[in-house]
Design a binder for this molecule. Structure first.
Ligand SMILES: [Zn+2]
Length: 128
Protein backbone atom coordinates (compact mmCIF):
# COMPACT_ATOMS: atom_id res chain seq x y z
CA UNK A 1 0.00 0.00 0.00
CA UNK A 2 1.38 3.39 -0.90
CA UNK A 3 0.99 6.50 1.20
CA UNK A 4 -2.47 8.07 1.13
CA UNK A 5 -3.01 11.52 -0.35
CA UNK A 6 -3.87 13.23 2.92
CA UNK A 7 -4.40 16.60 1.22
CA UNK A 8 -6.99 15.09 -1.10
CA UNK A 9 -8.67 13.31 1.83
CA UNK A 10 -8.76 16.56 3.83
CA UNK A 11 -10.17 18.54 0.88
CA UNK A 12 -12.93 15.97 0.27
CA UNK A 13 -13.85 15.88 3.93
CA UNK A 14 -13.83 19.65 4.55
CA UNK A 15 -15.57 20.64 1.33
CA UNK A 16 -17.93 17.68 1.02
CA UNK A 17 -16.49 16.64 -2.32
CA UNK A 18 -17.23 13.27 -3.97
CA UNK A 19 -14.92 10.34 -3.16
CA UNK A 20 -13.49 10.37 -6.68
CA UNK A 21 -12.57 14.06 -6.55
CA UNK A 22 -8.83 14.31 -7.12
CA UNK A 23 -6.50 17.27 -6.85
CA UNK A 24 -4.47 17.94 -10.00
CA UNK A 25 -2.32 20.77 -8.64
CA UNK A 26 -1.10 21.61 -5.14
CA UNK A 27 0.32 24.86 -3.89
CA UNK A 28 1.23 26.06 -0.42
CA UNK A 29 -0.31 29.33 0.73
CA UNK A 30 1.78 32.21 2.07
CA UNK A 31 2.93 32.06 5.69
CA UNK A 32 2.12 28.33 5.83
CA UNK A 33 -1.60 29.03 6.28
CA UNK A 34 -2.59 26.00 4.28
CA UNK A 35 -2.84 24.67 0.76
CA UNK A 36 -4.69 25.51 -2.38
CA UNK A 37 -5.73 22.51 -4.43
CA UNK A 38 -7.22 22.51 -7.90
CA UNK A 39 -9.03 19.39 -8.84
CA UNK A 40 -12.06 17.68 -10.23
CA UNK A 41 -13.85 14.40 -10.59
CA UNK A 42 -12.83 12.53 -13.76
CA UNK A 43 -14.86 13.53 -16.81
CA UNK A 44 -14.43 10.11 -18.38
CA UNK A 45 -11.75 7.57 -19.24
CA UNK A 46 -9.52 7.27 -22.27
CA UNK A 47 -10.94 4.65 -24.58
CA UNK A 48 -7.80 4.25 -26.69
CA UNK A 49 -4.17 5.25 -27.02
CA UNK A 50 -1.35 4.91 -24.51
CA UNK A 51 -3.53 6.27 -21.70
CA UNK A 52 -6.36 3.80 -22.31
CA UNK A 53 -8.33 3.11 -19.14
CA UNK A 54 -6.88 6.09 -17.30
CA UNK A 55 -9.17 8.84 -16.04
CA UNK A 56 -9.62 11.96 -18.12
CA UNK A 57 -9.48 15.35 -16.44
CA UNK A 58 -10.76 18.78 -17.39
CA UNK A 59 -8.34 21.47 -18.47
CA UNK A 60 -6.42 23.32 -15.76
CA UNK A 61 -8.55 26.45 -16.12
CA UNK A 62 -11.71 24.44 -15.47
CA UNK A 63 -10.57 22.79 -12.25
CA UNK A 64 -12.32 23.56 -8.99
CA UNK A 65 -10.23 25.55 -6.51
CA UNK A 66 -10.41 24.65 -2.81
CA UNK A 67 -8.39 25.80 0.17
CA UNK A 68 -7.57 23.68 3.21
CA UNK A 69 -5.77 24.79 6.35
CA UNK A 70 -2.77 23.13 7.96
CA UNK A 71 -5.00 22.13 10.85
CA UNK A 72 -7.51 20.47 8.53
CA UNK A 73 -4.67 18.47 6.97
CA UNK A 74 -3.47 17.46 10.42
CA UNK A 75 -6.96 16.37 11.48
CA UNK A 76 -7.37 14.36 8.27
CA UNK A 77 -4.06 12.62 8.97
CA UNK A 78 -5.13 11.72 12.52
CA UNK A 79 -8.52 10.45 11.31
CA UNK A 80 -6.91 8.31 8.60
CA UNK A 81 -4.41 6.85 11.06
CA UNK A 82 -7.10 6.15 13.64
CA UNK A 83 -9.23 4.38 11.05
CA UNK A 84 -6.45 2.27 9.53
CA UNK A 85 -3.91 1.98 12.36
CA UNK A 86 -1.26 2.61 9.71
CA UNK A 87 1.40 5.28 9.36
CA UNK A 88 0.00 7.90 6.98
CA UNK A 89 3.45 8.89 5.73
CA UNK A 90 4.22 5.50 4.21
CA UNK A 91 0.76 3.90 4.08
CA UNK A 92 1.93 1.13 6.42
CA UNK A 93 4.73 -0.11 4.18
CA UNK A 94 7.45 1.28 6.48
CA UNK A 95 9.23 2.57 3.38
CA UNK A 96 9.43 5.97 1.76
CA UNK A 97 10.51 6.79 -1.74
CA UNK A 98 14.01 8.25 -1.59
CA UNK A 99 14.42 8.96 -5.27
CA UNK A 100 13.09 8.00 -8.65
CA UNK A 101 15.23 7.90 -11.75
CA UNK A 102 16.18 6.00 -14.84
CA UNK A 103 17.73 3.23 -12.77
CA UNK A 104 14.46 2.77 -10.87
CA UNK A 105 13.03 3.82 -7.54
CA UNK A 106 15.05 3.70 -4.35
CA UNK A 107 13.49 3.52 -0.90
CA UNK A 108 14.48 4.34 2.63
CA UNK A 109 13.01 3.49 5.99
CA UNK A 110 10.05 5.77 6.78
CA UNK A 111 11.26 8.49 9.15
CA UNK A 112 7.82 8.98 10.72
CA UNK A 113 7.30 5.43 12.00
CA UNK A 114 10.92 4.17 11.97
CA UNK A 115 9.93 1.57 9.42
CA UNK A 116 7.24 -0.08 11.54
CA UNK A 117 4.36 1.11 9.33
CA UNK A 118 2.21 1.75 12.38
CA UNK A 119 0.32 4.97 13.10
CA UNK A 120 2.01 7.35 15.49
CA UNK A 121 -0.85 9.79 15.99
CA UNK A 122 -3.08 7.06 17.28
CA UNK A 123 -2.27 7.41 20.95
CA UNK A 124 -1.06 10.99 20.80
CA UNK A 125 -4.07 13.00 19.76
CA UNK A 126 -7.81 12.66 19.89
CA UNK A 127 -10.07 14.89 17.88
CA UNK A 128 -11.95 17.39 20.02
ZN1 LIG B 1 5.73 5.28 8.07
Amino acid sequence: MSAPDIHAIAARHVHGLPHNWQPRTYSALDRCLGYELRGSVPIGTYSRGPRKGRPKWPRLAELQRVVITMDEVRQARIRWENETGLCSHCGGSGQQVKSTGISGTTYRECISCDGTGRALHRRAEVEA
